[in-house]
Design a protein around this ligand. Structure first.
Ligand code: ZN
Ligand code: ZN
Length: 661
């Protein structure tokens, strides 16, 4: 019996045994073999140099597949380590895995790597690629491996091998200096690496332990082609240009102050006005849609959180309780039990259902300091939270209402979105509470609501929470990144735990259905996403400063002040730059602040009662009467328009219709 080679889209062929996986694939299809990077033998990834046993099934893993890319990047990490060891002998190696965006390697060395070192390391890596050095797999007994690494003074590897190594451990050798404990597999040789780049330096702890040695982490990435690498670098640069932490500082939107505590957000006036506009927009819609706006406390007695189950299932995200009058209190990680409190504050009849309670509720959750990231991962945040209590008869209608609101909100901010319906894992029915019949009905109801609203969606099996199915909505931002924002979650658990009831038409008590739903999720995180989505150039209705009046000389300062006051009185957020600077400098400053409209005023504008409008992204669009500009601006704001173009044909025309008394 030989070896079976299974080729994509072809019949399985038999080749003689005794060949390596690579040779077996080449025997079956010489052309295809050129694109193989590693092989899968009986389902397990191995090097092409691996010799499969008789009767094995061998499949090539081809260049271009995600699996091959992971091996390729992990191999580039080994190449990085080999280059570092040639340039900086005595450096100890930590771990060096592939990541979603590339790879990293952790090094232990007393001196710090510099950006110039990274350039030298890159040059050395190119040299090693030129030499086309093989990745050699060595299998040795655990004891021998431990002796080898102990002799080399590499106590980090000894620790890893002691913890993770089997009786026989595998190591990979690359060139003369680099040998690492690694399960593999790897690409055949360094010549396979076509495009890579080292990206950054960071600190890391050995095995994530803050008491352990401080390692230096070098990040890099690699791709099968130079074009893919360049495209990645371009996107990365674009993302950096939009980084909300930098824009937040430059536009004075928010800050995080380590001395007050990491992960705690300070909204500055310019960020605060954006938040106010977002909240106003949502509140307007909520009231229009029959929600009640509520406010609830930030703390509650600990035993409430025991009843809700949070102390059991959510403890790791909660801060330690505090004592008040000998009673334990807990800072809230969620708003749900409070809204339940309002529901349960008096008996309810089916006639008042559905009850929709909404709150911009501020919660505090523990996040490890290592994962905190600007506005995107924080320790205190405000949710646009709502809970709907309804009867089974109106569930579908309520879900459709949530979807309709989500659609309106995302479109207003200029996002497209994708939708997922998370249902049970059919293989593990016992994991879920609430009974099979109710689950089947609930999942079908959510699907029907999505279909009736015309939403395309994918069903994700096994992603439902134990207490109910849910709909998740991910938005796609201006540069194609996806962000999970909205969630509509059914809950069969909390109504039981809190014994919630309503009196039905039959005069008997029934359990209401509870829906948790958020559209933006966390306002802080949403703000971070929004800053990056717009690259700081907010639509007019959100812009902290909507227009700035720029007098050409100080002779026009009085007129500039007058224009500012007229526009402010009409509700616009307007400033005037009255500094004794040249007009060019004033324009540049306003551009840096990404202000939508600059209103330039010189002698001619004073005489004719006009302003010369410079539009963000378009430049000078000519002089118009102040009232005409005002009308155009108000129209854009009322429409919450994304751009600065109005559809009205009158815009730009002279028609002085005063909008204030
Ligand atoms: Zn490795
Ligand atoms: Zn909730």
């Amino acid at each position: 019996m030989g070896i079976w080679v299974r080729l994509p889209g072809k019949e399985t062929v038999e080749v003689p045994s005794g060949l390596t996986a690579g040779e077996a694939i080449a025997h079956a299809d010489g052309e295809l073999a050129k694109r193989a990077l590693v092989a899968r033998v009986n389902g397990r990834l191995v090097d092409l140099a691996h010799r499969p046993e008789e009767g094995s099934v061998v499949e090539p893993v081809l260049i271009g597949t995600p699996e091959a890319l992971e091996v390729y990047r992990h191999s580039t990490a080994h190449l990085l380590a080999a280059a570092v060891l040639e340039l900086f002998p005595g450096t100890l190696l930590g771990i060096g895995p592939a990541t979603d965006e590339g790879f990293f390697y952790d090094f232990l060395r007393s001196e710090r790597f510099t950006p110039e070192d990274l350039e030298r390391i890159e040059a050395k890596m190119h040299e090693l690629i030129e030499r086309d050095i093989p990745y050699e797999r060595i299998e040795i007994p655990k004891e021998e491996a431990l002796r080898f690494f102990a002799q080399a003074g590499d106590y980090l590897k000894c620790e890893l091998i002691t913890d993770k190594g089997g009786e026989v451990v595998s190591c990979y050798k690359l060139g003369e200096h680099m040998i690492d404990f690694c399960t593999g597999p790897h690409i055949p040789s360094t010549g396979y690496i076509k495009a890579f780049k080292l990206l950054s330096l960071a600190g890391a702890y050995w095995r994530g332990d803050e008491r352990g040695p401080q390692m230096q982490r070098i990040y890099g990435t690699s791709f099968f082609t130079e074009e893919e690498l360049q495209e990645f670098l371009r996107r990365r640069e674009e993302a950096e240009r939009r980084d909300h932490r930098r824009l937040g500082r430059e536009l004075d939107l928010f800050s995080i102050q380590e001395e007050y505590g990491p992960g705690l957000i300070f909204w500055h006036p310019k960020g605060g006005i954006i938040r106010k506009e977002i909240e106003d927009f949502l509140k307007e819609e909520l009231l229009r849609r029959g929600y009640g706006l509520v406010y609830t406390p930030h703390i509650a007695q600990y035993r409430l959180w025991e009843r809700s189950g949070h102390t059991e299932f959510y403890r790791e995200s909660m801060y330690a309780p505090m004592r008040i009058d000998e009673v334990e209190y807990q800072l809230k990680p969620m708003n749900c039990p409070f809204h339940i409190g309002i529901y349960a504050s008096r008996p309810r009849s089916y006639r008042e259902l559905p009850i929709r309670l909404a709150e911009f509720g501020t919660v505090y959750r523990y996040e490890r300091s290592g994962v905190l990231h600007g506005l995107l991962r924080v320790r205190g945040f405000t949710q646009d939270d709502a809970h709907i209590f309804c009867t089974p008869e109106t569930l579908k209608q309520e879900i459709m209402g949530c979807l309709d609101l989500a659609q309106l909100v995302y479109r207003t901010f200029g996002f497209t979105y994708t939708v997922e319906l998370s249902v049970r894992d059919p293989k593990e029915p016992s994991k879920y509470m609430g009974g099979d019949e109710r689950w089947t009905w609930a999942e079908r109801t959510l699907a029907e609501a999505l279909e009736q609203m015309g939403f395309a969606y994918t069903v994700i099996e096994g992603e439902a929470a134990f207490y109910g199915p849910k709909i998740d909505i991910k938005v796609v931002d201006a540069i194609g990144r996806q962000w999970q924002l909205g969630t509509i979650q059914l809950d069969f658990n909390l109504p039981e735990r809190f014994d919630l009831e309503y009196v039905g038409e039959d005069n008997r008590p029934h359990r209401p259905i509870m829906i948790h739903r958020a559209i933006l999720g966390s306002l802080e995180r949403f703000f971070g996403i929004l800053i990056e989505h717009y690259a700081g150039a907010f639509p007019l209705w959100l812009a902290p400063v909507q227009a700035i009046v720029l007098p050409i000389t100080d002779k026009q300062n009085d007129y500039a002040r007058d224009v500012r006051e007229r526009l402010r009185a009409a509700g616009l957020r307007v400033e005037a730059d009255l500094r004794g600077e040249k007009i060019g400098a004033k324009i540049r400053q306003a551009q840096l602040q990404k202000i939508p409209f600059m209103l330039v005023v010189g002698a001619r504008e004073v005489e004719t009662g006009t302003v010369s409008v410079r539009e963000r992204g378009r430049g000078d669009t000519g002089a118009v009467p102040v009232e005409a500009f005002l009308e155009r601006a108000l129209q854009l704001i009322r429409a919450r328009a994304l751009g600065l173009e109005t559809t009205s044909p009158q815009i730009g025309d002279v028609h002085p219709t005063p909008t204030r008394a």
